[in-house]
Each structure stands twice: as structure tokens, then as C-alpha cells.
Design a protein around this ligand. Structure first.
Ligand SMILES: Cc1ncc(COP(=O)(O)O)c(C=O)c1O
Length: 395
């Protein structure tokens, strides 16, 4: 039996690797999971009743691109949040950002760029779908260190022009998972200018945009509009998963230029899975409501403050600017050993940073010295987990 060679060398996904690392060992206390980025704050209580009221919509095929009411609710949210005007024709509803991050790359990555195999570039460590999207598109993935030295964002400006010329798509994640860095408007503007000069497209994964600490992170759509950039250069992804604490709803969107969106929509029409109509209706109402988002953010603020108090004295600790992960350097520089030690001593489960990163040519891995700690649980449980983490690893 032959299988697609493009995916032959993928490492095992982070969570099976974590189970293989930890599950043979007894936890040193009641387990506390701080691994997966699954928000545990309350979601609006009207979602269930509204889904039930809209259930007849499950009996029809949903509109592929999104109902007009949903697309205008998203456009209105973008206008409120970023002050940017986006025509609903430049939007498409998606089953969360992961699906869209993958399919938009398939739809927009050319077969060749300047006579050669195109490059799809991304930060390292990174959200893993970017790498698989690059492979699926037949492109060469380029993993750019997003480390303390680079401000925890990929340094596109530092790449040689010959490499930039080969890039077809450049992913950026802001706020970044796992590092928690926020790309400034200046960073995004520079990236768009590079994209214009070297003929590539910027894919901005903004699904943590509403989980921020001191100020709302800038978004690529507004930056592009502000500098009069070619709208085809900017493709933006967002979702309700983190914003509204409904990762299981599978509802997000992608925004692109008119020509790019036509291609993204065409691929959806042939091969995509549209979002069920009742979910589209609920989504429109969620995008229109900010009160539940502000309430959830207030819970994150309380947890960030706890993290500052509990881990403030830990070397290398820095609060994230956005998103809900701590990206914590560990003593000894081995995140895998630290995750195992923590589990065995305290029952706290965290993800070794190297599971979220690719090895470089020298066998180094920019995530190796870190653990990723998700602050998704309710504040009491998060506080208990952080205290055990501090005492178990740094005590
Ligand atoms: C950086 C990043 N992008 C995208 C996603 C996918 O989220 P969803 O498909 O639920 O929108 C996640 C989920 O954890 C993520 O961390």
C-alpha cells in the first residue's frame, strides 16, 4: 500500500507524544492539566437554547461561504475592533481557524515561484497546521526561529533577499502560540512591505486577538488598510474558539483580498465542509456581543496577576502580552525532562516546548528549553497548578 510521501516524515503530534512521555508514570498529586489550549471559561448560556431553536437548519445544506447575516456580523466586528472596513464579499466563514489556515494555503500557494518550488515560511515554534499546510501545497516549509533573541516573532526582515523572493506565503501568529508575543503595528507594516517587495502573501493567525493583557493587539487588516497595501497581500484568520470559549462550535472566518477570496471560496465549493446553518446563526450573535468577551478577559487578567505573584521570582519568567500560555524556560534547559519531573512530583501536566517546534539543521530545537503552560482552567485551579509548578520545578 502506498501513502502520500509528503506527510511521511511528520513527527508524532504533540499530545500523543506527551501521553507517551507521562502516562507510564504515576502522578505525584491530583492531576491538573495545563496542556491543551482549550478555554474553560463559561460560554454564553443562550447558545444551547438558540441551537435548539435553530435546529431545523440542520435539514438544509448550509451556504458554503457563510450566510449574509453572519458575514455582515463579522464585518461589523472587524470595524468595531480594528476600525477597518472589510466588504463581506472578502470574508468566508470557516470551521475554526485551523481548517482555514490549511485550506487557504492550498488555495493560494502557487506551484512555482520565480521558476522554483515555493517556500511557505512560519515561526518556530508554531501552531502545527502551518507546517502541514506547506507540505500539502507542495511547498518547502521554512521554519524561522521565534526566540527571545527575535522578540519571540519570526525575523522576516533578517532574511536574505534571495530567500524572501522564494516565499509564497509567510505565516505569523499574533498573539503568538506558544510564546505570547504580540506583533506591533510596525512589525506587521514591515512584513507587508516585504511581501509587496518580494511578491508574497502574509497569513496572520489572530485567533488569540481578544485575550490580551494591557492593550488590544493590532490586526493585519487594519494595518494593511492604513498603509494602502494591496489587499491581496493580507489574509487574516480568526475564530470564536478562544474569544467566546466555544472551541467545540468550530466557527471562525478568513478574510482575504477579492481575488484570493474567490479562490478560497472556490476550493470550499468543491472540497470544503461548510459550517452548519444553526452554528452560523449562533456565531452571528456571538460576534455581535462583546460583554461575554470582556468577562472572559477579566478572568484571564486575574490569572495573569496570579502568575506574576507566584512566578515573579522565577528566572526567565515573563507574562505573555497576549494569548493564554506561559512560555517558561526551565532549569537545565530540557523541557521534556522538566515536564516529566513536574508530573511525577506534583501531578501538573504541561507540554514540553520542543513538541511545538521543529529541529533545525544542527539538531537544535528552539522550544527545547521551555515548557508551555496553559492558563485555561478556572482561577482557583490555575493558581493551585502554578504554585505546584513553582515548587516542583524551581523550589
Ligand atoms: C495559534 C493557533 N491557531 C489556530 C488554532 C485553531 O483554533 P480553532 O480552529 O479552534 O479556531 C489554535 C488552537 O489552539 C491555535 O493555538
Amino acid at each position: 500500500m502506498a501513502f502520500n510521501e509528503r506527510f511521511a516524515n511528520l513527527p508524532a503530534y504533540a499530545f500523543p507524544r506527551l501521553r507517551a512521555l507521562l502516562d507510564a508514570h504515576a502522578p505525584g498529586g491530583d492531576p491538573i492539566a495545563m496542556t491543551i489550549g482549550e478555554p474553560k471559561h463559561p460560554a454564553p448560556d443562550w447558545i444551547g437554547p438558540m441551537l435548539a431553536a435553530e435546529a431545523a437548519g440542520f435539514q438544509t445544506y448550509p451556504p458554503n461561504d457563510g450566510e449574509p447575516g453572519l458575514l455582515s456580523a463579522i464585518a461589523a466586528w472587524i470595524a468595531r475592533r480594528y476600525g477597518a472596513t472589510v466588504d463581506p464579499d472578502r470574508l468566508m466563514v470557516a470551521n475554526g481557524t485551523r481548517e482555514a489556515l490549511f485550506n487557504a494555503c492550498l488555495a493560494l500557494c502557487p506551484e512555482h515561484k520565480r521558476g522554483g518550488r515555493p517556500v511557505v515560511a512560519m515561526p518556530n515554534p508554531f501552531y502545527q497546521v502551518y507546517g502541514v499546510a506547506a507540505l500539502a501545497a507542495g511547498a518547502e516549509p521554512l521554519y524561522l526561529p521565534a526566540t527571545r533573541e527575535t522578540g519571540f516573532l519570526p525575523d522576516y526582515r533578517g532574511l536574505p533577499p534571495a530567500v524572501l523572493d522564494r516565499i509564497a506565503i509567510a505565516y505569523v501568529c499574533t498573539p503568538a502560540n506558544p510564546q505570547g508575543a504580540v506583533a506591533s503595528a510596525g512589525y506587521l507594516a514591515d512584513l507587508l512591505a516585504l511581501a509587496e517587495r518580494h511578491g508574497f502573501c502574509v497569513f496572520s493567525d489572530e485567533c488569540y486577538s481578544e485575550v490580551w493583557r494591557t492593550a488590544p493587539p493590532p490586526g493585519l487588516l487594519a494595518v494593511a488598510a492604513g498603509q494602502g497595501a494591496d489587499p491581496e497581500r493580507a489574509v487574516v484568520f480568526n475564530s470564536l474558539s478562544k474569544r467566546s470559549n466555544v472551541p467545540g462550535l468550530r466557527s471562525g472566518f478568513v478574510a482575504a483580498g477579492p481575488a484570493g477570496m474567490a479562490r478560497i471560496r472556490q476550493l470550499r465549493a468543491y472540497a470544503g465542509a461548510p459550517v452548519p446553518l444553526p452554528i452560523q446563526r449562533v456565531s452571528a450573535r456571538l460576534w455581535a456581543d462583546e460583554a461575554h468577551v470582556a468577562a472572559s478577559r477579566a478572568l484571564y487578567h486575574a490569572k495573569f496577576a496570579d502568575a506574576d505573584t507566584i512566578l515573579g521570582g522565577v528566572p526567565g519568567y515573563a507574562a505573555p502580552e497576549g494569548g493564554f500560555f506561559l512560555w517558561l524556560p526551565v532549569p537545565g534547559g530540557d523541557g521534556q525532562a522538566a515536564a516529566l519531573r513536574l508530573w511525577q512530583r506534583t501531578g501538573v501536566r504541561v507540554l514540553p516546548g520542543e513538541y511545538l517546534a521543529r529541529d533545525d539543521a544542527e539538531g537544535g530545537n528552539p522550544g527545547r528549553g521551555y515548557i508551555r503552560v496553559a492558563l485555561v482552567a478556572p482561577p482557583d485551579q490555575t493558581r493551585a497548578g502554578l504554585i505546584r509548578l513553582r515548587d516542583g520545578l524551581f523550589g
